[in-house]
Design a protein around this ligand. Structure first.
Ligand SMILES: Nc1ncnc2c1ncn2[C@@H]1O[C@H](COP(=O)(O)OP(=O)(O)O)[C@@H](O)[C@H]1O
Ligand SMILES: O=P(O)(O)OC[C@H](O)CO
Length: 496
């Protein structure tokens, strides 16, 4: 009987369970979307119990649809939307508030206050991050400040905090294991990425009791076992954890310093492996932990774009321009260019390199001749321009010039966008044959821990190219288009 690794990929809009075989190939996928809550402008929340139900549902589905026995699962790897914050009651197991999603801006005031009080450098120097509502720290503080009696309970050790990996593992093990890994901890604004410890000085500024924080572990080891009740009578080891963007870096086999991947999902995240060097950015990139494995921690530089695939969803669900995201390509292809139209999808502010929480989305260059096709094309192109912004910052800060870009995520099926991305960056864009690189990264981390795969060298051999997009645009055209984007972003930022 063949054995498999099961990856659970808990993303912003859906939860997936994916089975991988020994060759690193996808054997089967089960996916479930769940509800997004937008209680106020700029707020985004999830129901942590709905997320948990979706996890159980996709596990059952992936096994039964393929008629795979639970005993055939050698290990489980977990990867997750990062920063999203859950606080729950240790005894009852009930979350005390919705999960506050990474995109949510409800802690903007807390962040402003911390910045006004002059703490920006301190946080930057210890965590590699910026003070922004994006990260978990201020979300935990917000929950403790806003839910009745929460702070007292947290101080008594009755409440637990977790990012989604921690929450799922706690549920899978029926409360036996409260852990996270280095990559997820490095996104909380509470973890010192140099000392590898929760930082008491930062915790004090955020007013977060250390008792509620999980243990921080390497990204590849056995943390515990899924309870028999949750896995059809079998105890399966949970053996890998990584935040989804770091997991994608691992799944793309970007193991050598200087290698870069860009994942186009709800948001878009470009990470460069910087090895044992934690590179400090002067251009709004984040210094983050890539993973902890083989007894050492490796770092990455990251550019974070908040709105990518969600701009396509906005065209689909908000503006009702088409029924399926994939149709965006068909419409965009009908025109040769946007004819000067730019969409700046700053729906929840802008991340790297601007870090502007207050800017909102804008459209420029409309004429009487503008059609739906131009509008769709301009929205797609905005993903490529935002990536170019990040790429320029990364090249300057790392002093490494990009030679090619490995891509993945739901959006990269869009060939038109991938070609435009290559044209705007002027480097080849490489799409691998396994697009589920996030889940694959988590599977690899778990598989290495239980001996399913030997090491990174073995994994590297699994990476295969599906298609390479080569740049064809003239330098003049590229420059002209990109300057237009810069003007559009500046104009959007001045409208507040
Ligand atoms: N052919 C396509 N062209 C453009 N966008 C697409 C296409 N197919 C899917 N998408 C977008 O990809 C996103 C889903 O990607 P995925 O990697 O599953 O996201 P996440 O992990 O953030 O939930 C959605 O926002 C969807 O609109
Ligand atoms: O759900 P995704 O794939 O858009 O990823 C979300 C990121 O982890 C947020 O930092």
């Amino acid at each position: 009987m063949e054995n498999y690794i099961l990856a659970l990929d808990q993303g912003t809009t859906s939860t997936r369970a994916i089975l991988f075989n020994q060759k690193g190939k996808v054997v089967h996928i089960a996916q479930q979307e769940f509800k997004q809550y937008f209680p106020k402008t700029g707020w985004v929340e999830h129901d942590a119990n709905e997320i948990w139900s979706s996890v159980l549902a996709v596990i059952a589905q992936v096994l039964t649809e393929k008629n795979i026995q639970p005993e055939q699962i050698a290990a489980i790897g977990i990867t997750n939307q990062r920063e999203t914050t859950v606080v729950w009651d240790q005894k009852s197991g009930n979350p005390i508030y919705n999960a506050i999603v990474w995109q949510s801006r409800q802690t903007a005031e807390i962040c402003d206050k911390l910045k006004e009080d002059g703490h920006a450098e301190l946080f930057r120097n210890k965590t590699g991050l910026l003070i922004d509502p994006y990260f978990s720290g201020t979300k935990v503080k917000w929950i403790l400040d806003h839910v009745d009696g929460a702070r007292e309970k947290a101080e008594k050790g009755e409440l637990l905090f977790g990012t989604i990996d921690t929450w799922i593992i706690w549920k899978l093990t029926e409360g036996a294991v409260h852990v996270t890994d280095y990559s997820n901890a490095s996104r909380t604004l509470m973890y010192n990425i140099y000392d590898l410890k929760w930082d008491e000085e930062l915790l004090e500024l955020l007013d977060v009791p250390i008792a509620m924080l999980p243990k921080v572990r390497p990204s590849s080891e056995i943390y515990g076992y899924v309870s028999k009740k949750n896995f059809f009578g079998v105890e399966v080891p949970i053996a890998g954890i990584a935040g989804d963007q770091q997991a994608a870096l691992f799944g793309q086999a970007c193991f050598t310093p200087g290698m870069v991947k860009n994942t186009y999902g709800t948001g878009c995240f470009m990470l460069m492996n910087t090895g044992d060097r934690a590179v400090k950015s002067k251009h709004g990139l984040l210094t983050t932990i890539a993973w902890g494995i083989d007894g050492k921690v490796e770092y990455a530089l990251e550019g974070s774009i908040f709105v990518a695939g969600s701009a396509i969803q906005w065209l689909r669900d908000g503006l009702r321009m088409f029924q399926h995201s994939s149709e965006s390509e068909k419409y965009a292809e009908r025109v040769d260019s946007t004819e000067g139209v730019y969409v700046v999808p700053a729906f929840v502010g802008l991340g790297t390199p601007y870090w502007d929480s207050d800017v909102r989305g804008a459209v420029f260059g409309l004429t009487r001749g503008t059609t739906k096709e131009h509008f769709i094309r301009a929205t797609l192109e905005s993903l490529a321009y935002q990536t170019k912004d990040v790429c320029s910052a990364m090249e300057t800060d790392s002093e490494i010039q990009l030679k090619s870009l490995r891509v993945d995520g739901g959006v990269v099926k869009n060939n038109l966008l991938m070609q435009f991305q290559s044209d705007i960056l002027n480097v080849p864009v490489e799409r691998p044959s396994v697009n589920e690189t996030t889940a694959l990264g988590a599977a690899y981390l778990a598989g290495i821990a239980v001996g399913f795969w030997k090491n990174k060298e073995e994994i590297e051999k699994h990476w295969n190219l599906e298609r390479r997009f080569e740049p064809t645009m003239s330098a003049e055209k590229r420059e002209e288009l990109y300057q237009g984007w810069k003007k559009a972003v500046n104009a959007a930022r001045s409208f507040k």
